[in-house]
Design a protein around this ligand. Structure first.
Ligand SMILES: *Cc1c(COP(=O)(O)O)cnc(C)c1O
Length: 380
């Protein structure tokens, strides 16, 4: 089946007892057993719930994996895969990570004896040189947040296979509509389903998908043992959101392209970060591994206007000044003081997150309204 069909149907069947076409929300913590430990596959909802099962099967299908796992947040998903490691293990991660992931790695897991190397993946030879007998995992995010750098997933997959490592790809920014890392050599795909998968800024959720049976067993064990599992209502909302992922992603991208067109020729705008631009250093890799360039756009004002970067965000009327991304509505944010405030300035600036950087999650409103709104904010 093609992806658009899977987005709508995978994991879901009309309810056998009533014929309900939409997956029921099973608001139950426990399940009647016929005899001690004899049941219909569910005993307690931390371990499994039918609404969550439908979502997990859907997630596996849309990322071309065998096993899907849903979590109560993206960070819950990151936690569950990191707990497959032991003290002394080492992880090589991009230096351009989502702020919350960087915090969990550098503060929580580092304190439990896992060592992290945060590096740029522009130079794969430099990444390869960090591999040693303790290295167990490579962690990438592509496109990265918020400078939209592109990492070559296949090259990371080759390095990872050569040394028997686990390659994890955070696919939140691309979504499965634009990119399927498992097909390119990743072992695990991670999502903040809070973003494009949910798509309506009305839930917090995470996901892991893999085809590796051993990893799937460990992830399931960590999921039910730690308990960062989503409730059935949130699973229902995620299933509903995923049904329109393809329609939304196409609209996000069309509007993003119109905004980029305006930005690159605007006299107050300096650098524009968008993988669809031919001048973007990752453009060729993006064309190879993605089916489109997505709805995230970042830019900087020219040096003489940089002082206006934060105030500009208070002048938009359609774009809302807020963290997060991937919803139908357009958002604008200042990474240095918002999403990336927990990353030390030297590290942040090295990866391009300057004080003048502005990030947008371009929504699916009318494209002309968005362009006009941003223009008046730039010129105000
Ligand atoms: C939001 C986000 C996360 C964290 O997910 P939550 O659902 O907020 O816990 C991780 N990675 C990326 C790229 C994100 O955008």
């Amino acid at each position: 089946m093609k992806l658009a069909t899977k987005l709508i149907h995978a994991g879901q069947h009309p309810d056998p007892s009533t014929g309900a076409v939409m997956t029921p929300v099973y608001l139950t913590s426990t399940y009647a057993q016929e005899f001690p430990d004899q049941h219909k596959g569910y005993d307690y909802s931390r371990a499994g719930n039918p609404t969550r099962k439908a979502l997990e099967d859907n997630l596996a299908a849309i990322e071309n994996g065998k096993f899907g796992f849903a979590f109560s947040s993206g960070m819950g998903a990151v936690d569950a895969i990191l707990k497959c490691l032991k003290p002394g293990d080492e992880v090589i991660a991009t230096n351009d990570l989502y702020g919350g992931t960087y915090r969990l790695f550098s503060q929580t897991f580092a304190a439990y004896g896992i060592k992290f190397h945060f590096v740029s993946f522009d130079d794969m030879d430099a990444v390869a040189q960090l591999v040693n007998p303790n290295t167990k995992m490579i962690w990438i995010e592509t496109p990265t947040n918020p400078t939209l750098k592109i990492i070559d997933i296949e090259a990371c997959g080759n390095l990872s296979k050569q040394h028997g490592l686990i390659l994890v790809a955070d696919n939140t920014f691309a979504s499965p509509w634009l990119q399927n890392p498992l097909d390119l050599g990743a072992d695990v795909v991670m999502h903040s389903a809070t973003k494009y998968l949910g798509g309506h800024s009305d839930l917090i959720m995470g996901a892991l998908i893999t085809s590796d049976e051993t990893l799937a067993e460990q992830i399931f064990f960590n999921q039910k043992s730690t308990g960062a599992t989503p409730g059935p209502m949130d699973c229902f909302l995620a299933l509903r959101g995923i049904k329109t992922l393809h329609l939304r992603m196409q609209a996000h991208e069309k509007n993003a392209a119109a905004i980029v067109d305006m930005l690159v020729s605007h006299p107050r705008v300096g650098k524009v970060f968008y993988p669809g631009l031919e001048s973007h250093p990752g453009h060729e890799i993006a064309k190879r591994q993605m089916r489109g360039f997505g709805g995230m756009v970042s830019f900087e004002l020219k040096p003489e206007f940089v002082g206006d970067s934060q105030r500009l965000m208070t002048r938009t009327k359609v774009f809302t000044l807020a963290e997060s991304l991937g919803g139908v509505e357009s958002l604008i944010s200042h990474p240095a003081s918002m999403t990336h405030a927990s990353i030390p300035r030297e590290i942040r600036e090295k990866s391009g997150v300057t004080d003048g950087l502005i990030r947008m999650s371009v929504g699916v409103e009318d494209g002309e309204d968005l362009v006009a709104d941003l223009k008046q904010a730039l010129e105000g």
